[in-house]
Design a protein around this ligand. Sequence first.
Ligand code: ADP
Length: 187
Amino acid sequence: MLKKEYSIRNSFLELVLGDITEMNTDAIVNAANSSLLGGGGVDGAIHKKGGPKILQECKKIRKFYYPNGLPTGEAVITSGGKLKAKYVIHTVGPVWSGGNHGESRLLKKAYYSSLNLALEKELTSVSFPSISTGAYNYPVQEASYLALKTIKNFFYKNSEITKIVIVLFSKKTFNIYLSTAQMLFLQ
Ligand code: ADP
C-alpha cells in the first residue's frame, strides 16, 4: 500500500492509495448524495461492504431530520455496520459547475461538518475519500488543495482528532494529493 505521513502540530495526516472500506479508523467518511439512500462510487462500495444496517439508519435520518434530503456541505453519522470502522459519516460534496457556484465554500464545509461530527462523538481518527472528485466532477488539483488546507487549519484549532487519513483510489489522484501536500506541508 502506498502511503505518506505528515506530522502537523500534535496530529498526523496520512495519504494512502487504497480502498476506504478497508480502513480501521474510528470513522470513515462517505461522499454521499443528498438522498442518503446510496449511489455509485465510494457510496456504493460503503453500503455494499457495510451491509443493510447503514442504509436502515440513513432512512431513519432522512425520515426524521431531513425529509427533503441532506443539504450540500452538511454531514450525518451512522454506525459502520459490518465495516472495520465503527462509524460512517455521510456528507454531501458540491457538484462542480464551473467553480463560480460556491463550490469551494461547500467543499470546505463538507470536510468541516464531517470533522465536527467526529469531534462531537469524541472520535480520534477519521478517513476521508476525495470528496466530489468522482461523479461530481470537482477538479482533483483544486479539491486536493482545499481538502488539505482545511485539514491543516483544523489541526491548528483542534487537537482531539489525532489522525486523519485521505484514501485515494487511483495512483493518479494519489500523486496529485501528494504534490499538493508537499507544497503545503513541507515549505
Ligand atoms: P462524488 O460524487 O463526491 O464525486 P464519488 O464516489 O463518485 O463521489 O468519487 C469520489 C472519489 O472517491 C473519487 O476519486 C473516486 O475514485 C473515489 N472512490 C471510489 N470508490 C472508492 C473507494 N472504495 N475507496 C476510496 N475512494 C473511492
